[in-house]
Ligand binder design. Structure first.
Ligand code: ADP
Ligand code: ZN
Ligand code: ZN
Length: 733
């Protein structure tokens, strides 16, 4: 018997299967140790066969399996193949997505604990009665064990000191065995099961989806009760003996969803995201693989969970940008989910109050079944949204961060004991620190970007590479003390609020305050418990959270997202406003939204304030169609990065010429709407120079052209230059 093995080395040179002899029977999908060159390497057994294509005497033997179970399922292999072609990655990179990374090279193992127990109760009692009176420790341990039956040696030694237990073991009264203990994330999260009766609209959606397997889009306004729909669908899936995946866009949202799901499905729910410790991730992954957990709640990487017999995939807030991975390997979770659902023959359910343009387009053109939930639970109206013209404020002498209306609404919230959320999509104190005299702005040495001023830890930080620099109080160039701060960030908002309401507890939630383990959970539960009255935060606070006492949402600087240089800027802004606004007035209390802007008449704000998704969709889709932007075309970015600027530049030139040839060929003439090469808008990140080629294609031969471009990147192997191909990138930085 022979085995085909993929070697776990991320190099395109070994990106193929190697033949090995199989002496013992090892399951397909196992990790194995094999001789490779003059080293031993880890690999994945992907196939068994009787035949090999060349001289069997030269074929080496698999040394051993690394675990006693297969780590990749057949379905996952199929998906890995798809990822390989779709995203032009190596099979090894593709397979790695399915495993806890620390498992490779054995950096994480089962956590074992030693358990002590009484061998023979009668003998133990006899022993006890024969003990001398002053052997108090021995008596205590024995009585304890006779009482509880068994406990870990660590616990016993903690309680009674080390000596006594050892003596009992030596005397043959107590025996031990080892067993793995599970590292379970967020054990403290346990919701209370609410026995809600589904509304007619919820029930309709559940029935419709349960009736036939397919891809669905639920377009439901914020607060329409989508979570209950997902849970009801999951219940049916579990009842029919299958398993399910529930994706949410942010780690910060997982505790809330986990609580809901645990309250209903208990320990059958596993949690998967990048914020878990290595041990937690490994244990949860194993629970899923071994069928002990049947539902996985998690962020985007949970789409790769090793569930068998998959019956349902749900992607909540499907429009969210975090579903697209922006680092290697660059995948789009929805595309992956569509494929996984197809392989497993199960349904895919996408949900959002503001579906992304492409998905909604797919839904109305029949690629997804569209289901609508138009009302909030109890027909509560969506909270009124007031647009405040900040230029007008300045004309009236208010140069502060907060408009008059926002301040008076905040006053009301504080007096009434309710809660407010203030949204500002920039962390730190201010976007930069600049000299008014000579215009000097501090920049990162590794990246081509301005440093952000963080007052809290008194440092200038780079948001691209996390480097820290000293703050200056006089300009390093000209010595002037006349310094200017850039646009407002979360810290500055908190500082101002603290001055206005010295007795009110205010929380800040952004990348800085959530970096330690369970950081999101701690802040959110503090806010939920009512301990704090105001929560200030970045987009982390915008999504999906359900805080019944929140009656006011303030959006400090909406324009920031509107003026990003991406064709999706208007769409992202509309989604963001709708999401943030959806946090207010969810329970019995009436809520209100204040949106501050310098361009109050912009159509995005007009339509967002009326919660008019459909009109927005029509307007935006129309605009994209006439200007030739996705979803009516495809944008490709080829990004070249290198530590040596010339190399990145030269590579760009080489590829540009190749693509140009394609553009001019008879075959593809007319398929290219745009082709251009340039330095990237952020010319350097983490000491790597960045150049790019931008391509815009019509949707006739796009797949063909994309695969040609992929194979170009394979043929022209460039030394010391990395090439990334992105399709419809959200950011071009
Ligand atoms: P969405 O995800 O659509 O924004 P949620 O699922 O968070 O909305 O639901 C909004 C609120 O309505 C939640 O507090 C939820 O507990 C409540 N809810 C949902 N369905 C029902 C129902 N059928 N009856 C009563 N309350 C419900
Ligand atoms: Zn200066
Ligand atoms: Zn940097």
């Amino acid at each position: 018997m022979y085995g085909k093995v993929i070697i776990d080395i991320a190099s395109s040179l070994v990106d193929k299967v190697f033949d090995y002899k199989l002496i013992t029977d090892i399951a397909v999908g196992s990790r194995v140790l094999v001789p490779f060159g003059n080293q031993t390497k880890e690999g994945y057994l992907v196939e068994k066969s009787d035949k090999v294509s060349y001289d069997p005497s030269k074929i080496k033997q698999i040394i051993k399996p690394l675990e006693d179970f297969a780590v990749i399922t057949t379905d996952q292999f199929k998906l890995a193949e798809f990822l390989k072609t779709k995203y032009n990655i190596g099979m090894c990179d593709s397979i790695r997505l399915f495993l806890p990374s620390e498992m490779r090279t054995g950096r994480v193992k089962d956590l074992m604990s030693v358990v002590a127990f009484i061998k023979d109760e009668n003998k133990a009692k006899e022993y006890l009665s024969g003990l001398r009176k002053n052997a108090t420790k021995l008596v205590a341990v024995l009585n304890y064990l006779l009482n509880v039956g068994s406990d870990t040696t660590a616990n016993i030694n903690n309680k009674f000191g080390n000596g006594a237990l050892k003596k009992l073991i030596d005397d043959g009264i107590v025996s031990t065995f080892t067993k793995p203990i599970l590292r379970t994330p967020l054990t403290q999260v346990n919701g209370i099961k609410n026995n809600v009766v589904l509304t007619t609209s919820q029930q309709n959606v559940v029935d419709c989806i349960s009736n036939s397997v397919g891809n669905y889009l639920i377009h439901g306004v914020t607060g329409s009760g989508k979570t209950e729909v997902y849970m009801a669908l999951m219940q049916r899936t579990i009842d029919s003996g299958k398993t399910g995946i529930m994706l949410v866009p942010e780690i910060s949202l997982t505790p809330q969803v986990l609580a809901n799901f645990r309250s209903r499905f208990g320990q059958e729910v596993a949690l998967m995201h990048s914020g878990l410790s290595a041990g937690e991730r490994f244990d949860e992954w194993k629970r899923i693989l071994l069928g002990k957990a049947k539902i996985v709640v998690g962020a985007r990487s949970a789409i790769f969970s090793p569930l068998k017999n998959l019956g349902l995939i749900v992607i909540d807030e499907q429009h969210d940008g975090s579903y697209t991975s922006d680092s290697h390997p660059r995948y789009n979770t929805i595309e992956v989910a569509i494929k996984r659902a197809e392989i497993c023959g199960c349904s895919l359910v996408l949900g959002s109050a503001t579906p992304d343009l492409e998905t909604y387009h797919n839904a109305i053109t029949g690629k997804f079944k569209l289901l609508e939930m138009k009302d909030r639970i109890n027909k509560k109206p969506l909270p009124p949204l007031t647009i405040v013209d900040m230029c007008e404020e300045v004309r009236h002498g208010n140069t502060g961060i907060f408009s008059g209306v926002l301040v008076s609404e905040l006053d009301k919230v504080i007096k009434s004991g309710n809660q407010a959320m203030i949204f500002i999509n920039r962390r730190g104190f201010s976007s930069f620190l600049m000299c008014r005299e000579c215009g000097f702005v501090a920049k990162c040495q590794n990246c081509d970007t301005a440093l952000v001023y963080h007052k809290y830890d008194n440092a200038l930080k780079c948001h691209f590479c996390s480097s820290r620099y000293k703050v200056f109080s006089e300009c390093p160039e000209c010595g002037s003390k006349n310094l200017k701060l850039g646009s407002t960030g979360t810290e500055q908002v908190v500082e101002e609020l603290c001055k206005m309401y010295p007795n009110v507890k205010i929380l800040r939630m952004d990348n800085d305050t959530t970096s330690q383990k369970n950081g999101h959970y701690k802040i959110l539960s503090q806010f939920k418990s009512g301990e704090a009255q105001i929560l200030v935060g970045t987009q982390m606070i915008a999504k999906g959270h359900d805080f019944p006492a929140v009656t006011l949402v303030g959006i400090i600087d909406a324009d920031q997202s509107l003026y990003q240089s991406s064709y999706t800027a208007a769409e992202r802004t509309f989604q963001l406003i709708t999401q943030v606004a959806g946090r207010a007035g969810r329970a019995d209390k009436q809520g209100c939204i204040i949106l501050q802007t310098n361009v109050p008449r912009h159509y995005v704000y007009k339509l967002a304030s009326g919660y008019d998704y459909l009109s927005f969709y029509k307007k935006e889709a129309n605009l994209r169609e006439v200007t030739n932007f996705p979803p009516f075309t495809k944008i490709l970015r080829l990004l070249f990065t290198s530590e040596v600027e010339e190399l990145a530049k030269d590579a760009t030139k080489v590829y540009y010429d190749e693509v140009k040839k394609m553009q001019q060929s008879e075959e593809y003439n007319g398929e290219f709407i745009y082709l251009g090469a340039s330095k990237s808008p952020v010319g350097k990140i983490k000491n790597k120079f960045r150049y790019q080629i931008l391509i815009r294609l019509r949707l006739n031969k796009d797949q063909e052209i994309i695969s040609k471009i992929y194979s170009l990147t394979e043929v022209n192997k460039l030394k010391n230059v990395s090439v990334f191909v992105e399709i419809n990138p959200q950011s071009l930085s």
